[in-house]
Design a binder for this molecule. Structure first.
Ligand code: SME
Length: 149
């Protein structure tokens, strides 16, 4: 995990790449290094329209590139400003299915100067895979990413 954090840190601060390229590569590094991460994406807020917009991802393309605040797990995090771990998506009423293979999800808000401006969203094909280690890793990634935005 420490090696992965070092790799992510140098990627996030690699000024030879655009911010968009760095976000795409962060998604891909997470997806390919962690067995239970099957889809990784960053959504960012558009406050005027109260919607989330997908800006970078790794994994299967999704139809859900814009999500209204309050809808689905992502939309709820836009309003709650809290981490949301879903061990079993079937148990959630307010959930937007991206693929029938997804069993669980974690969404961690991304704060810039104390304001919730987006989130990292992970889908997994495994039931109940997420632990405190995932929360720590994803909070680390979001804190670093907020420094380049
Ligand atoms: N499942 C999410 C929608 C985004 S996809 O996972 C890529 C939700 O319920 O908000």
């Amino acid at each position: 995990m420490e090696d992965l954090k070092l790799q992510l840190d140098s990627l996030i601060f690699n000024e030879a790449l655009s911010v968009g390229e760095r976000l795409e590569q962060v998604c891909e590094v997470l997806r390919s290094n962690i067995a239970h991460y099957d889809w990784v994406g960053f959504y960012f807020h558009e406050p005027e329209t109260r919607t989330l917009h997908l800006r970078a991802f790794a994994g299967e393309p999704t139809d859900h590139t814009q999500i209204p605040f309050g809808k689905g797990i992502c939309g709820q995090v836009a309003e709650s400003n809290q981490n949301f771990i879903v061990p079993d998506v079937k148990a959630q009423d307010n959930y937007i299915a991206c693929s029938i293979n997804v069993k669980s999800e974690i969404v961690i808000p991304l704060f810039k100067d104390g304001v919730n401006i987006g989130q990292i969203d992970i889908d997994s094909h495994t039931i109940d895979p997420f632990t405190d280690a995932d929360v720590a890793l994803l909070e680390f990634v979001n804190a670093k990413v907020s420094e380049i935005l």
